[in-house]
Ligand binder design. Structure first.
Ligand code: PBG
Length: 332
């Protein structure tokens, strides 16, 4: 039997009206696909706009609680917290990361108390706490040492879990840290605290505005290429994902987002695990800059990039546009 071809088959037929486009849409984006990253700062009633991220602010703990309520009301299931640790509390060992009363833990507790129905994802890495802006402990040569750093990350994850974190997300790229964190969580009775591994995290030029937001940009000595991945590599990303899943990661993440959708798709095709992507700060800034320059419609750019993540195979997306996108989706 000959297969149908033109003119019997006109693919534009299904595109000819809004209802039929909706009927055949292969991918949907809803607020429940979004994780909203938020920056926490000291004080009360504080909102500090982050100039490199127009529309994004650091919030004091009380105002973070308001953001969590906003997330709940918009149907955003989960928020991700990142602290801007006061400069005086940063040291070579990132000690403040282990303080059960640090900014992060106070924010976690406040959100859990007020809005328990919203999930809290916490960043496990030392860069908001170290004097040199690195994700771990550096030796005399400036090398970030793996095993010593991992031991501290395990303690950091436990401190966050005790404060009420639902998902701990190691973003440090040390070898073996997922297994070590999983074992410690089990030992401590946190059996339902999940791990979202920043499994394929690249040494990217798109993190600049984030480093401003957590106050580490000016501090950072050198680069992170000895632990974050080379943007040239894809096979290595699959090995990273395989290892993190074997060590007990519940979810894996690819980061940055749009420039790495090929990695998302390959991970999705290869592994039976939820895959997330982080549309990072530089990507957000690019969209905002493009819209401000008149290069495209902001709302359309936001929704098109987010549906691209879903099409590539993401279960969800971390994006600074989460609240705005959710509003657009709700308003149709
Ligand atoms: C660091 C961390 C970074 C981001 C999340 N966690 C920056 C880095 O690795 O230097 C970047 C997120 C963004 O750019 O939005 N542990």
């Amino acid at each position: 039997m000959p297969s149908a071809s033109f003119p019997a088959l006109r693919l534009r037929r299904a595109r000819s009206s809004a209802w039929s486009r909706a009927l055949v849409a292969e991918t949907v984006l809803t607020p429940s696909d979004l994780i909203w990253p938020l920056f926490v700062t000291e004080g009360e009633g504080v909102e500090e706009p982050v100039s490199a991220l127009p529309g994004v602010s650091r919030w004091s703990v009380d105002r973070i609680v308001d953001r969590a309520r906003e997330a709940r009301d918009l149907g955003i299931p989960c928020i991700a917290l990142f602290p801007n640790t006061p400069l005086g509390l940063r040291d070579e060992r990132g000690s403040e990361a282990l303080n059960p009363d640090n900014l992060m833990c106070r924010a976690i507790r406040a959100v859990k108390d007020a809005v328990p129905e919203v999930g809290i994802l916490t960043d496990v890495a030392l860069d908001p706490y170290t004097a040199d802006g690195h994700d771990g402990i550096t030796d005399a040569a400036g090398y970030v040492v793996n095993d010593e750093t991992t031991a501290i990350l395990v303690e950091q994850a436990l401190v966050q879990a005790k404060a009420g974190a639902d998902i701990v997300a190691p973003s440090d790229m040390m070898d073996g840290r997922v297994g070590a964190i999983r074992a410690a969580l089990e030992r401590d009775g946190h059996v339902n605290v999940a791990i979202m591994a920043y499994a394929a995290k690249y040494a990217s030029a798109f993190y600049g505005p984030f480093r401003d937001a957590v106050g580490s940009r000016g501090l950072l000595k050198g680069d992170k290429k000895s632990y974050q991945m080379d943007p040239a590599n894809a096979e290595e990303a699959l090995r990273e994902v395989a290892l993190d899943l074997a060590e007990g990661a519940d979810y894996v993440m690819v980061k940055p987002g749009l420039p790495y959708l090929d990695i998302v798709r390959r991970v999705k095709d290869r592994f039976q695990a939820p895959v997330f992507a982080y549309q990072v700060s530089g990507e957000y800034a690019m969209i905002e800059a493009a819209a401000a320059a008149g290069a495209g419609d902001r709302d359309a750019l936001v929704l098109e990039t987010l549906i691209a993540f879903k099409r590539a195979g993401c279960s969800g997306i971390l994006t600074y546009h989460a609240a705005h996108a959710a509003r657009l989706l709700i308003d149709g």
